[in-house]
Design a protein around this ligand. Structure first.
Ligand code: SF4
Length: 273
């Protein structure tokens, strides 16, 4: 018989909220066990017979996918891979940039990715420096492989909201990109510039006097991103502000979700220690 969160809480767990499992309540622990396969054995207050019986029941419902949290990254990766599957590696340098290299007898595309590169083959993709790509990075790159057009950047910059169908994304852009950047770098523009250069950005402050920091990122060969940051000016009562801009051709290379991913990735790289 399958065990729901309520069954587990009501009939199995001690309901003492002792926190020995690392969760603040037995209910929170039950939810993690049922929906995310968190090991039931992490509650040290169950007798062996109960643990064994429930583990058998849980394994059976996991196998059916019952009540399991949907693995969004896995689904998105499968979909993106299928979209990119009909692409011929040999056509990619002309379309999205990069160059063809041979590795272990197989043709790969070596594609710039921030200040490193990824190697893409018909069997998968890896970072050139040997670090692992997250599943969401793979989704992003497969989408680019499938969609990326031929056009070079035109040099005309636009904010996200100037592209079609982006109004609903502005809330995410503010919450997940702009606000964390402002909170981290308000009063620390030197640190922002240093971090931006360390992740492959180019200082373009000499060309853009109006911003305290102006950096050009080239995360993909045909996809530049510009970041401008204005620090707070307490005496004038001006709050800090940040803006990411994209070349007007970006929507030929990335869909809107991918532009959001790219923006959040830049924020993540800038904010991580
Ligand atoms: S260790 Fe067990 S009893 Fe304690 S809070 Fe976690 S689930 Fe509840």
């Amino acid at each position: 018989m399958a065990l729901s969160v309520v069954d587990l809480y009501r009939d199995v767990l001690p309901k003492t909220n002792c926190r020995d499992c690392g969760f603040s309540t037995c209910m929170a622990f039950a939810s993690m066990v049922v929906s995310e396969k968190y090991p039931l054995a992490n509650c040290p207050h169950l007798d062996k017979e109960t643990l064994n019986r429930c583990t058998v029941e849980l394994e059976a419902q996991y196998a059916e996918g019952k009540w399991l949290k949907k693995d969004m990254a896995q689904d998105a990766l499968k979909w993106a891979k299928e979209k990119a599957a009909s692409t011929d590696i040999k056509d990619l340098p002309e379309r999205i940039g990069g160059m063809l290299v041979e590795k272990n007898g197989d043709m790969h595309l070596e594609l710039r990715y921030f200040n490193d590169a990824v190697l893409i083959s018909k069997d998968g993709m890896v970072k050139k420096n040997g670090e692992a790509l997250t599943r969401w990075e793979k989704v992003f790159l497969y989408n680019h492989v499938a969609q990326g057009g031929r056009r070079l950047p035109a040099g005309n910059w636009k904010g996200l909201v100037e592209f079609p169908n982006t109004v609903s994304k502005m809330k995410s852009m503010i919450a997940h990109v702009e606000t964390p950047l402002i909170e981290k770098f308000r009063g620390h523009t030197r640190a922002l510039l240093e971090k931006a250069l360390a992740i492959g950005g180019q200082d373009i402050g000499d060309n853009i006097d109006s911003a305290d920091v102006a950096v050009l990122f080239q995360p993909l060969p045909k996809v530049p991103v510009r970041l401008m940051f204005w620090d707070k000016a307490t005496e004038e009562g001006i709050e800090a502000e940040v803006k990411l801009s994209f070349d007007e051709t970006i929507t030929e290379h990335l869909d809107i979700e991918s532009i959001m991913f790219l923006s959040e990735r830049i924020r993540q790289l800038l904010c991580e220690p």
